[in-house]
Design a protein around this ligand. Structure first.
Ligand code: ASP
Length: 328
């Protein structure tokens, strides 16, 4: 028996000007999710059930970028994606291009458990959702006022809005790659004093030492319709095996190029690095210019985080009663 552990994230890349109330709200949601997950683990649920349950909570709450509150496409619609992986037996399921499924992570779970495939997208995924009888809602359910106004600003700035590149207060804007921008204020001429929504994820090791991971997102604000990011891609945004489980967040295109989640697991599996060493190495050496973060747990009950953005909404809890939630 190992001590169970759970970690959650609500996305990497935080606006340094994020109002304190919004920070508090995000912390409250993460803490609530950790408690839900911890209760499941105490009740003896397997890791894969717990990651699904926790990500459902996060999808249902509009604070983060998944399910309700998802980032919008250029067309102002929502196209959600998610994946889940059970390290025990290395089974996985993924979905993309969902427009009506209330909890994408649960459809990913059904792809894993009840379809002959690993990944379904767009119309086929929606058809499968109906066959399986999962809860569906109108696309407008996912769209919040806040995200509509952010999409407007992203369009005005002709930018795919994300705040991974917003420099920390006091950092020179030129060195942070924001030519001509006042520190932390502009990106492509756009004022970034807004809350950009963030992806969610959960990793768990249960008391049998089984690991699982799940990630869910609406993707990037003002993305092209049809764009698929890292979150549903097994090995990029999500991975779990006998050794560990990993969920990533950040610039999807960079995470895809670096197969970030699988690299962390491979460093543990093949090189025998500790979980934190593997996370640090992958963040430092594998992202090139990309900005990202991740959470991980190992079969021994370790928890590790890493990010090269100025913040990542995250938290963890362990069987011995430890719990923390942090942003910066
Ligand atoms: N990785 C996500 C994507 O590129 C975005 C995020 O993590 O905030 O779709």
């Amino acid at each position: 028996m190992v001590g169970w552990a759970i970690a959650v994230h609500g996305g990497a890349g935080v606006d340094p000007g994020l109002p304190v109330e919004r920070q508090e709200e995000a912390r409250r949601v993460l803490e609530r999710c950790l408690r839900v997950g911890a209760a499941g683990l105490r009740a003896g649920l397997p890791a894969v059930d717990v990651v699904e349950m926790v990500v459902r909570e996060l999808e249902t709450d509009p604070v983060f970028n998944s399910g309700r509150g998802s980032a919008l496409t250029r067309k102002g619609t929502v196209e959600m994606e998610a994946s889940i992986m059970d390290g025990h037996g290395r089974r996985c399921g993924a979905v993309s291009g969902l427009t009506t499924v209330k909890n994408p992570v649960s459809l990913a779970r059904l792809v894993m458990d009840r379809s002959p495939h690993s990944y379904l997208a767009f119309d086929g995924a929606e058809e499968f959702a109906r066959e399986q009888g999962v809860e569906v809602v109108d696309n407008s359910y996912f769209i919040t006022e806040e995200n509509m106004s952010m999409l407007k600003r992203a369009k005005e700035a002709n930018s795919i809005m994300y705040d991974y590149r917003v420099p920390a207060p006091g950092v020179d804007s030129a060195s942070a790659g924001l030519e001509g921008a006042k520190v932390g204020l502009l990106m492509n001429g756009l004022r970034i004093s807004v809350y950009a929504p963030e992806t969610v994820g959960c990793v768990v090791v249960d008391s049998n030492g089984w690991c699982a991971a799940a990630t869910s997102t609406g993707g990037l604000m003002n993305k092209m319709s049809g764009r698929i990011g890292d979150s549903p891609l097994i090995g990029s945004g999500t991975y779990a095996c006998g050794d560990c489980a990993v969920s990533c967040t950040g610039e999807g295109e960079a995470i895809i190029r670096s197969t970030l989640a699988r690299d962390v697991a491979a460093l543990v599996e093949y090189k025998g690095l500790s979980l934190q060493e593997a996370v640090d190495y992958a963040i430092k050496e594998r992202l090139d210019e990309g900005m990202a973060g991740l959470i991980a747990v190992s079969r021994n009950g370790e928890v590790a985080y890493g990010f090269n953005t100025i913040g990542m909404f995250r938290g963890c809890a362990t069987e011995d009663g430890f719990m923390e939630v942090s942003i910066w």
